[in-house]
Design a protein. Structure first.
Length: 274
């Protein structure tokens, strides 16, 4: 988790501890972030969060002064309501990291007027198991050190990708933010195809799920190969896989369908951000 210029003993306030906020919190604690530097602002803490606070020693409640880092992880629709209470903890020296889907840097800046350095991040659900993918974009006020801090905070739960500008966030959200759902649906479709060929539903579901899990792990471990090369490695000329790919890679096959789906997700993300 260490990176040049980052400070992992910096005071940090996490506003919102739902699925994604809790996933990041656990990742930070697992990577050695000093829990006594962390305050978690969650109006309705779960029993698990209360127990985690007791076990690890972070503050479950608002900090007493502005923090060096403020991470916004509440539900996006709650930003307006929460902003008034959060404003005292965001000074001109505070790095604000927002993972609020559909909320732009300008949205955040308007509600936290004393904050200057703002990073917008789009993580995804696999962060909960340390295999997330987060796309990040920063405003001009964020210093190299603050960018490094934001990147390392998200990298604690997986991989990060810095974008050239915030205008690319919606595209990233359509690919990696929503992407896990596409993969899960692929597993569903594989299982249904198996049952159509006579496999029992439970067997087809296990075969499909294990196949997606294994393919993902193989892709993760073989970083030197492109996914196209990995596909070619399991495709014998004239074999069964080639027969299936002939359908999937046809002109009206999977690629144009995925392109339409991702475009629809991007358009929806743009609509939500106003």
């Amino acid at each position: 988790m260490e990176a040049p210029g980052t400070r992992f003993d910096a005071s940090l306030a996490l506003a919102g501890a739902g699925k994604m906020g809790s996933a990041l919190l656990r990742a930070w604690l697992d990577r050695g972030y000093n829990p006594r530097k962390i305050s978690v602002i969650e109006p309705r803490p779960s029993p698990e969060l209360v127990e985690l606070a007791r076990a690890k020693g972070f503050v479950l409640g608002a900090p007493t002064r502005p923090t060096q880092v403020l991470v916004l992880a509440m539900k996006p629709q709650n930003l307006d309501e929460a902003a008034a209470g959060l404003a005292p903890f965001a000074s001109r020296d505070t790095l604000v990291v927002s993972i609020l889907a559909g909320k732009t840097i300008a949205n955040v800046a308007a509600r936290l007027p004393h904050a200057t350095a703002i990073v917008r991040a789009m993580p995804n659900l696999p962060a909960a198991v340390g295999r997330g993918m987060a796309a990040l974009a920063a405003n001009a006020a964020a210093t190299p050190s603050q960018r490094a801090t934001a990147g390392a905070l998200l990298a604690a739960a997986g991989q990060v990708e810095w974008l050239a500008g915030e205008e690319l966030i919606d595209a990233a959200a359509a690919v990696s933010g929503s992407g896990p759902a596409y993969v899960f649906y692929l597993a569903e479709a594989l299982a249904r195809a198996g049952t159509a060929l006579g496999l029992p539903l439970d067997v087809a579901a296990r075969l499909a799920r294990a196949t997606v899990e294994g393919a993902g792990e193989l892709s993760f471990q073989c970083q030197e190969s492109t996914v196209a090369e990995l596909r070619e490695n399991v495709t014998s000329r004239g074999g069964t896989t080639a027969a299936a790919l002939e359908i999937l890679m046809a002109q009206d096959g999977l690629t144009p369908l995925i392109e339409r789906a991702v475009k629809a997700a991007k358009q929806r993300a743009a609509a939500l951000s106003g």
